[in-house]
Write a protein that binds this ligand. Sequence first.
Ligand code: SAH
Ligand code: SF4
Length: 447
Amino acid sequence: MNVSDSERIARSLAPLGYVPALSADQADLVVVNTCSVRAKAEQKAFSLLGQLAAVKVRRPELVVVVAGCVAQQEGERIRERAPHVDLVLGTRAVHRLGALLMRLRTHSRTLVDVGMDEPPDEPVETPGAADRNGVSRFVTVMRGCDNFCAYCVVPYVRGREISRSPEAILHEIRGLCAAGVREVTLLGQNVNSYGAKEGICSFAQLLEQVNTVKDLARIRFTTSHPKDLTAELIRSFASLEKLCAHIHLPVQSGSNRVLACMNRRYTREHYLDNVAKLRNSHRQISVTSDIIVGFPGETRTDFEATLGLMQQVEFDSVFAFMYSDRPNTPARLLSDKVPEREKRERLHAVLALQDGITAAKHQSLVGSVQEVLAEGFSKRPAAAGAAEGFGQQWTGRTRGNKIVHFFDAGSDANADFIRPGRLVQVRIERALAHSLWGRLERDPAGP
Ligand code: SAH
Ligand code: SF4
């Protein structure tokens, strides 16, 4: 969501004549786009703002903007901790950035805009040179969240759930495809409840419409809340040819007691049943997850239930986090906090278990041929290829969202066979810890 917001911010600055600078030292304007979901992310944001204070002493004309969830959460209080900040831009004020920068010219104090009155379908700027890459892009389908999980700050900093209309979403996707984009990731805190409140249509019906967009090759989405996963959405993996076989389905904990304290509103059994149904719908579906260790009151037995669930499901990958207190959330008031050292040990146990599972999954793909959407040259070529003297390596993702570095062993006469945005077939030759490495299979009849 933050990457997507940063792209939006960059796009809204382009028409005002801003171009990306190489470093903060050379910039006229720095936007610090913050995340508040864990305490560490917030600390990092304030540490970066501290460094920018030093730049601003040397160059007082530098404009410093704080955007995102910390901006929304702290509002006026940012002035106390970072008095050199010129503008505090809340999560629903991005479309007002241009006007606010104009106002700054005549404003001597920090300007704060944390208003929540964003229309659901504010105009979307056309893609520009500032964007991440021209092949795969995020498209926001809904903002905010109504779920109030006990540990989570999102509903407080991103506001109530609000869905964009299918017309606006399809219009944006068609525009992206006309600019060469081949893959979109539909974004929302809980896409499974898309449109429910507004009575628009179900998320599965939205996917069906997106599936008809010409020139679009792949659809992804994130995130799904397990309590709202419908049979209709599970069927989509079998019926929609553009929908990639990957679901990010955060479980958070394997203990029913902890899940109840977290206010997640599903049980371990319900979650496992969902995974079985997903695998019945699409045999090769990748299932990834988020896990929190050390939620207040999590006992050793609760934690072992999480490890047990991980062994049972065999996720393709997980993001694991140590619980941290967040402002306004009910969990911060719970008394039996797990000590830092214990949380760290539990985190390491989760990561070690998952590393073994991921390694086995990667190994099982060696020898197979995978469809990969070529994105561009690898920034950090896989050592496997570099060691063998292979020059430029390409990078892309499988339908299951695994990163593949690959090399074209074809002759120079066909040097332009691969280009960004092309779907290619890659034979996997090696399994690496966080990616795969392979060789292009030449199939001139391919897409
Ligand atoms: N909307 C998504 C997740 C958004 S936050 C969902 O419902 O799954 C991303 C992840 O951060 C969460 O899934 C959770 O694992 C983690 N997280 C959120 N609040 C946290 C906290 N207070 N401490 C540690 N991890 C947290
Ligand atoms: Fe946070 Fe829960 Fe909403 Fe996800 S569903 S954003 S974890 S409150």
